[in-house]
Design a protein around this ligand. Structure first.
Ligand SMILES: Cc1ncc(COP(=O)(O)O)c(C=O)c1O
Length: 370
């Protein structure tokens, strides 16, 4: 007889990690929405310098990073929650807010980690389908909120579908949410969004909605995915206190913190990466649409393309992999028949387009007629 685990271990889905990290140099890594740009030298130096003091635990108040974020976004330091990646804050929010009898609501498909929240806590998950343009249907989400709702997640721009809603729609939605319900606005890709405008645009909402948490990450445009740093800008201090209560005190390494502080001071580099991603998604979208594929309107550093109306994206994902291109199949992300393709270097993007043309020379796979 083996170890007897808690019941939730049978409920929690295994995160669908991208395969192929072992494929080596030359593979176009377009599966995890990272940036293709490596960290700047001063950012690496800051991390290295912090490593010299690794015999000491990191300062658990994380004051330098909190202050740097406070300077940048003018949100008081005590209303900034930090985490080992924004995933850490999503899971901590589930831990702090959910329990059997409670409900969590989100549009689906969205970021796959949201699935863990109900499974881990015993709460009920209500998944609201996206509309025909692969966007969140905020009216339908609002209609699902009940007295039992504790947490609503809105991913904007949405992973995996890349679409974003304007802030007017988000504001109208927040007006409908009762104050006891925490709304997590997951803005992991906000820097790339022309619809939202810029990373400051949503911040005034924090003054009107104390139940709002704007979730951000250093893993995407800041290029620190491997160091794991995320943050939540909160409408009230209570969220930060609660998520700190449910976690170990030293969740952020000193090297990660120093690198993040340094990365914040290189906004010209952020700008360069955004410009490259916006240009790349326009080129790739146009090329795909020109070949007859349906592609969502992307506001992120990736595109969402329908490749098989019969829902079977697996052979295309593996065919691309055989040609040295790693992407994510929609089957694992809640949108069968689609691919989520991260924008890499121009050469990598072209490699993807060429490989797809080789696999599907006549365009998307049509649905089988009964
Ligand atoms: C929408 C969204 N939120 C949060 C995250 C988590 O990012 P991290 O934990 O690296 O900060 C991701 C990562 O892919 C994401 O796509």
């Amino acid at each position: 007889m083996g170890i007897e685990f808690a019941e939730k271990i049978r409920r929690i889905p295994v995160y669908p990690v991208a395969a192929g990290y072992d494929l080596g140099v030359g593979t176009a890594m377009l599966a995890s929405n990272e940036t293709a740009f490596t960290p700047l030298e001063p950012v690496v130096e800051a991390a290295k310098h912090a490593l010299l003091g690794s015999n000491r635990y990191p300062d658990p108040s994380y004051a330098p990073l909190r202050e740097a974020l406070c300077d940048r976004y003018r949100v008081p330091a005590e209303r900034i929650a930090l985490g080992a990646g924004s995933c850490d804050l999503i899971l901590a929010a589930g831990d702090a807010l959910l329990e059997p009898g409670a409900e969590v609501v989100y549009g689906w498909p969205a970021f796959s980690v949201y699935l863990h929240l109900a499974a881990a806590s015993g709460a009920r998950a209500i998944e609201v389908p996206l509309n025909g343009d692969a966007e969140h249907d905020l009216e339908a989400i609002a209609a699902e909120i009940t007295v039992a709702t504790r947490l609503v997640l809105v991913c904007n721009p949405n992973n995996p579908t890349s679409t974003a809603l304007p802030l007017e729609s988000i504001t109208a939605f927040l007006e409908k949410v009762p104050p006891h319900v925490c709304v997590m606005l997951d803005e992991a890709y906000v820097e790339f969004s022309l619809t939202v405008g810029d990373p400051y645009a949503s911040l005034p909402l924090l003054d009107s909605y104390p139940n709002l948490v704007i979730l951000r990450t250093f893993s995407k445009v800041y290029g620190l995915a491997a160091l794991r740093v995320g943050y939540g800008l909160c409408g009230s201090e209570s969220f930060r206190t609660a998520v700190d209560q449910v976690r170990q005190p030293f969740y952020l390494t000193a090297a990660a913190q120093s690198a993040a502080v340094e990365a914040l001071s290189h906004q010209d580099e952020v700008e360069r990466r955004v410009v490259a991603a916006v240009a790349a998604r326009a080129t790739v979208t146009e090329a795909l649409r020109g070949r007859g594929f349906w592609v969502a309107e992307s506001d992120a550093n990736f595109v969402w393309v329908q490749v098989a109306q019969d829902g079977n994206d697996a052979p295309i994902v593996s065919g691309l992999r055989d040609r040295g291109v790693l992407v994510r199949g929609g089957g694992a992300l809640g949108g069968p028949g689609h691919l989520r393709v991260t924008m890499g270097t121009p050469a990598e993007n072209q490699k993807f387009l060429d490989a797809l043309a080789e696999l599907l020379p006549t365009g998307p796979v049509a649905s089988e007629q009964p």
